[in-house]
Design a protein around this ligand. Structure first.
Ligand SMILES: [Zn+2]
Length: 316
């Protein structure tokens, strides 16, 4: 079978070059019937269905296999890679049991500061704080009032997503203060709702020891690396690699830009530092001959229906 891409059922929609790789970006997994009710936490049953679909249309491989050879693959099915960003505890709870039953190669890009300190990143803290109905007043910070009712699923994410996107654009110090303010307004109970948070070092080690798991770096600070000084960005990248190599014993050769943000200086820095690849987050396919330090990925979350995933796998 020729390695035509996209798969036959989608070929009529768009033809992309042989050698194109579909790289999927997930964040974490949650139980089928409970939360956390946020876009980043995919239900296990949906993950299982998506892996089944991928296997039907692609050979699911690791980063080294997908991007290790220069020549374009012309035989067999096209290639797909499954990746997870951040290092949330949901991976320990749900991905390890999944992999015990169904060995699929996965790359897990880990941001190390939260693993080292045990303190979740700001976005997890905000999502944890806003799981229950609540009104947040950020008018003093010129960010207005936010009311989160009893909505769930995609409707709740339509409220929550814009607040998180707004906060992403702030300088880290201001964002940290706002995160504390939101937690304070959420009051007691927010901690009990803390469903999102980092793995411990021991939990990460258990995940890294599973067959087929590749550990990649995702910076130490998880700040948007194109918005902080290059020296700081470089230190953050190298610190995350050193810690992950120490903790897991793996040679860490792959990197994911936090939020997918990158520029020419960052790409060059990663190349000089000896990484093999770096992935972005632009909902595209990784085309053959593209920059190995700006590989496209398709982001998939809890509220993405299967038809949208299929269209993205077709490059649409
Ligand atoms: Zn991330």
């Amino acid at each position: 079978m020729a390695a035509t891409f996209p798969p036959p059922i989608l070929r009529r929609l768009r033809r992309v070059p042989d050698g194109t790789v579909a790289v999927l970006c997930y964040h974490t997994l949650g139980t089928d019937d409970q939360g956390p009710d946020v876009w980043t936490a995919l239900r296990i049953r949906d993950f299982r269905a998506q892996i089944k679909l991928l296997r039907r249309w692609f050979d699911v491989v690791d980063m080294d296999t997908a991007f290790g050879q220069a020549q374009v693959r012309t035989q067999g099915k096209p290639l797909a890679v499954v990746t997870f960003d951040d290092g949330d505890i949901g991976l320990y709870r749900h991905l390890i049991p999944f992999l015990a039953q169904d060995q699929v190669p996965v790359t897990v890009y880990v941001a190390t500061s939260q693993i080292q300190t045990g303190v979740p990143y700001w976005f997890d803290r905000v999502m944890n704080a806003l799981q229950a109905p609540i009104a947040i007043d950020l008018t003093l910070d010129e960010l207005g009032k936010w009311r989160f009712g009893v909505q769930s699923g995609a409707a709740r994410w339509q409220l929550l997503g814009p607040l998180l996107e707004t906060m992403k654009t702030l300088v880290p110090e201001r964002r940290a203060l706002l995160t504390e303010k939101i937690e304070a307004q959420a009051g007691r109970g927010a901690e009990q709702r803390a469903a999102l948070g980092p793995m411990s070092v021991a939990q990460l080690q258990a995940l890294a020891a599973c067959p087929g798991v590749t550990i990649g770096a995702h910076s130490h600070c998880h700040n948007l690396l194109d918005q902080i000084p290059m020296k700081q960005a470089r230190e953050s990248v190298l610190t995350s690699r050193a810690l992950l190599q120490e903790w897991t014993g793996q040679d860490v050769r792959h990197f994911a830009y936090p939020n997918g943000n990158h520029n020419a200086a960052l790409r060059g820095m990663l190349r000089d530092a000896g990484f093999a690849t770096a992935v972005a987050l632009d909902n595209g396919l990784a085309l053959p001959g593209g920059d190995a330090f700006a590989l496209s990925r398709i982001a998939v979350g809890r509220h993405d229906p299967m038809w949208r995933i299929k269209l993205r796998l077709a490059g649409l």
